[in-house]
Design a protein around this ligand. Structure first.
Ligand code: SF4
Length: 217
């Protein structure tokens, strides 16, 4: 349950939108605009299996929790982890209703294959920061599972990535507080943007066609 001062907490998944394009984040999270394209629909399909209500499953030395709600008071965010694995480890932490101690590992499911941009990494690092704060533990690594390559990719949760996430959330809260939607910033990323059709009419008003094409190609 949220307490009163959590009403203004931002959605954790928004950090990936913000890292991808600040305007895209604002259109979704401030202006509540959304348009589905093939990528978002495929992404939802990948998440269907893992986004079921909280499920705990024990496999040998591992407890797997799916759809785990998380929050961070430092980042002022709430979200849901696709999967959190608790793996038995003598240097880990105790967890409720289980004997022994466990290390904590977030696993995020993604469509496609590893991307060049850092937007997915920011989301995983934010999840790790929530888990560290909630469970009072270290979360030194997380994983992506990509449906196209069908394997995991390890992501070290470094202090410099955490600082980047802190800076992004700070800026997101500032924009949200001012209800500020940044102007169009054209780039190659626009080609894979799920809001291209909603954003472009505004873009076309502000830029001539040549400038638009130069930024887009
Ligand atoms: S079309 Fe480009 S500028 Fe507009 S929201 Fe998408 S990525 Fe951002």
């Amino acid at each position: 349950m949220k307490d009163a001062n959590e009403e203004n907490y931002l959605m954790l998944s928004g950090v990936q939108h913000f890292r991808f394009c600040q305007r895209q984040w604002a259109l979704i999270h401030i202006e509540q605009q959304w348009e589905e394209n093939v990528k978002t629909i495929e992404g939802q399909f990948v998440h269907q299996k893992v986004d079921l209500p909280l499920i705990r499953e024990k496999r040998r030395d591992k407890l797997i929790v799916r759809g785990m709600p998380v929050k961070s008071h430092e980042l002022q965010t709430t979200g849901i982890c696709d999967v959190v694995e608790f793996i038995e480890d003598p240097s880990g932490i105790p967890i409720m209703n289980e004997s022994g101690t466990y290390r904590v590992v977030p696993v995020e499911y993604k469509r496609g294959k590893p991307k060049q941009g850092e937007e997915d990494v920011m989301q995983l690092v934010a999840q790790a920061m929530c888990l560290e704060e909630m469970l009072v533990c270290d979360v030194p690594v997380g994983y992506f599972f990509y449906d196209e390559i069908k394997r995991r990719v390890e992501v070290p949760i470094t202090e410099s990535l955490k600082n980047e996430v802190r800076a992004l959330f700070k800026q997101m809260h500032q924009y949200f507080g001012r209800q500020h939607t940044p102007k169009v910033k054209m780039g190659k990323h626009c080609k894979s943007c799920s809001l291209e059709n909603l954003c472009m009419p505004v873009l076309n008003e502000k830029h001539n066609v040549r400038a638009y094409m130069e930024g887009y190609l």
